[in-house]
Design a protein around this ligand. Structure first.
Ligand SMILES: Cc1ncc(COP(=O)(O)O)c(C=O)c1O
Length: 429
C-alpha cells in the first residue's frame, strides 16, 4: 500500500513538471518590442518614437491641467468604494454626446447601448466578442494597414478578418477607389472597421466627400460600420470636427458601433478609460444589447475601474473644464504640427534627394514615413532612434531638442538614394 502511494505521488509530481513544457515564447509585440529595445539602449541621445504617446517639448509625459483640476475635484469621492454603475452610466452619457453630438436624436431618445470599457482596446475586444456571439458567421473588414492589435483582437475573439484597401504606398495617399470597390464587393451585411480620424498608422483620413460616399455605399450594402475612435481631437485639434465622419453616417441613419479611448486625447493611458457604444433601433433594443455587453464584461473582468472614469466625467460634464480640455488638445496638436513642419524643413535644408511632403500632408500622432525596415534598423543601431518596423514615427516623441538630430539621421540613412527608398518616397507624391 505504502509503495503504491509513493509511486503514485512520484508519477503525479513528474507530470507536474511537464505542465508548460509545450509553451513557446510568444512573438514580440511590434510596439512593445520597440520600447524594450529603447530601454536596453544606454546612449544619452536615444529617442523612442515607437509608442503612440504624447510628450511635451522636453520629451516628458504630460498630465493635462484639466485632468489635474478634475483630480482635485474628485478627491474623496464616495464612489471610489461603492458600486460603479452610476459613475459608469454618467460617463457613457458624456461619451455618446461627444461622439454623436449633444443634441443628436439617438442620444436624446436613448437609442443606443453604451458601456464603460477598458480603454480603446477593451472596447474593441468587447465588441469583437459581441459580434461573434450574435453574428457567428460574420467576419470583420480591417483597413490595410491598420493598428496591428486590431488583427489580434478579432483573432482572439475568433472572428475572421479580411483586409480592405486603404493606403496607396506609391502615391502616399488614400487608395479611395479600391477602398470603395472593397466596400461594394464585400458580401451584403459585412462588418467594416473604420478609423474616423487620425488613421493609425498612415495619418491619412478620407475627406468629407469621401466619407459621404463610403457611408452611402455601406448603406446600399447594408454593412455595419464600426468606428475605432482612439484619437478624437488629434486630427484637427477640435473633437467636434473629428467626429464629422461618424455624424455623416448618423445623418444617413446607419446603426453604428464606436470604441472610444481617452488614452491619448486626455493623456489617461494608464487609467484605461474607454467606452463602447452601439446604436440600436429603439431604447428597448438598446437595453437588451447593453445587458449582453455587461454580461460579457462581467465574465472577463467583473466591473471596470472607477477613478479614471470620474476624471473623464468631471471634465466632459463641466463646460469650463471641457473648454480647458479642448484648448489643451489644440495645444498638443499644434506642437505636433510644428514638429512636422520643422522635420520637413530640416530634411529639405539638408538637400535630401527625396520628397518629404507627406510629413505635413498627414495628420494625427503618427508620421508614416517611407523608411524601409533596413533603414529603421540602421537608425536604431547607429543613431539610437527607435520606431516600429514599418517606419511609423510617433510625432509625440519629436521635440525642438531632437528634431534636427532626427532629420540628420534620416537624411544619413536615406541620402545614398537607395533605390528602394526612392521608389517608395518619390512616386507620385
Ligand atoms: C487605432 C487604435 N485603436 C485603439 C487603440 C487602443 O488604445 P488604448 O487601448 O490605449 O485606449 C490604439 C492605440 O494605439 C489605436 O491606435
Amino acid at each position: 500500500m505504502r509503495r503504491f502511494v509513493t509511486s503514485t505521488v512520484r508519477r503525479y509530481s513528474t507530470r507536474n513538471f511537464t505542465w508548460w513544457d509545450h509553451v513557446r515564447p510568444a512573438p514580440k509585440d511590434p510596439i512593445m518590442g520597440v520600447t524594450e529595445a529603447f530601454n536596453a539602449d544606454s546612449s544619452p541621445n536615444k529617442i523612442n518614437l515607437g509608442v503612440g504617446a504624447y510628450r511635451d517639448d522636453e520629451g516628458r509625459p504630460v498630465v493635462l491641467q484639466c485632468v489635474r483640476e478634475a483630480g482635485a475635484r474628485i478627491v474623496g469621492s464616495q464612489f471610489l468604494e461603492s458600486n460603479s454603475a452610476a459613475v459608469s452610466s454618467k460617463m457613457v452619457e458624456e461619451c455618446v454626446k461627444l461622439v454623436y453630438g449633444k443634441d443628436s436624436d439617438v442620444v436624446n431618445e436613448g437609442r443606443f447601448a453604451g458601456v464603460q470599457a477598458l480603454s480603446g482596446t477593451g472596447a474593441c475586444r468587447l465588441f469583437a466578442e459581441f459580434q461573434r456571439r450574435f453574428h457567428p458567421e460574420s467576419r470583420i473588414y480591417l483597413p490595410d494597414p491598420t493598428w496591428s492589435n486590431h488583427h489580434n483582437i478579432w483573432r482572439d475573439a475568433q472572428v475572421p478578418s479580411k483586409k480592405y484597401h486603404y493606403y496607396n504606398f506609391d502615391s502616399k495617399s488614400l487608395n479611395f477607389s479600391m477602398l470603395i470597390d472593397d466596400v461594394k464587393n464585400a458580401p451584403d451585411g459585412s462588418f467594416f472597421l473604420f478609423h474616423p480620424c487620425a488613421h493609425n498608422p498612415t495619418g491619412m483620413d478620407p475627406t468629407e466627400e469621401q466619407w459621404k460616399e463610403i457611408s452611402y455605399q455601406c448603406k446600399v450594402k447594408n454593412h455595419f460600420p464600426f468606428f475605432d475612435m482612439a484619437y478624437q481631437g488629434f486630427a484637427s485639434g477640435d473633437p467636434e470636427k473629428d467626429a464629422r465622419a461618424i455624424r455623416i453616417f448618423l445623418e444617413d441613419e446607419h446603426l453604428t458601433g464606436c470604441a472610444q479611448s481617452f488614452a491619448k486625447n486626455m493623456g489617461l493611458y494608464g487609467h484605461r478609460v474607454g467606452c463602447l457604444s452601439i446604436l440600436c433601433t429603439d431604447s428597448k433594443q438598446g437595453a437588451a444589447v447593453r445587458g449582453q455587453l455587461q454580461q460579457i464584461a462581467r465574465a472577463m473582468y467583473g466591473s471596470p475601474p472607477v477613478h479614471g472614469v470620474l476624471l473623464v466625467s468631471a471634465i466632459l460634464s463641466n463646460p469650463d473644464m471641457k473648454s480647458l480640455w479642448i484648448e489643451e488638445v489644440k495645444m498638443m496638436v499644434n506642437r505636433i504640427q510644428k514638429m512636422r513642419m520643422t522635420l520637413q524643413e530640416s530634411l529639405e535644408n539638408l538637400d535630401s534627394p527625396l520628397n518629404w511632403e507627406h510629413i505635413t500632408n498627414q495628420v494625427g500622432l503618427f508620421f508614416f514615413s517611407c523608411l524601409t525596415p533596413k533603414e529603421v534598423e540602421q537608425l536604431a543601431r547607429e543613431f539610437h532612434i527607435f520606431m516600429t518596423h514599418d517606419g511609423r514615427i510617433s510625432m509625440g516623441g519629436v521635440t525642438t531638442g531632437n528634431v534636427n538630430y532626427l532629420a540628420n539621421a534620416i537624411h544619413d540613412v536615406t541620402r545614398s538614394g537607395k533605390e528602394e527608398t526612392k521608389i517608395l518616397c518619390n512616386v507620385g507624391v
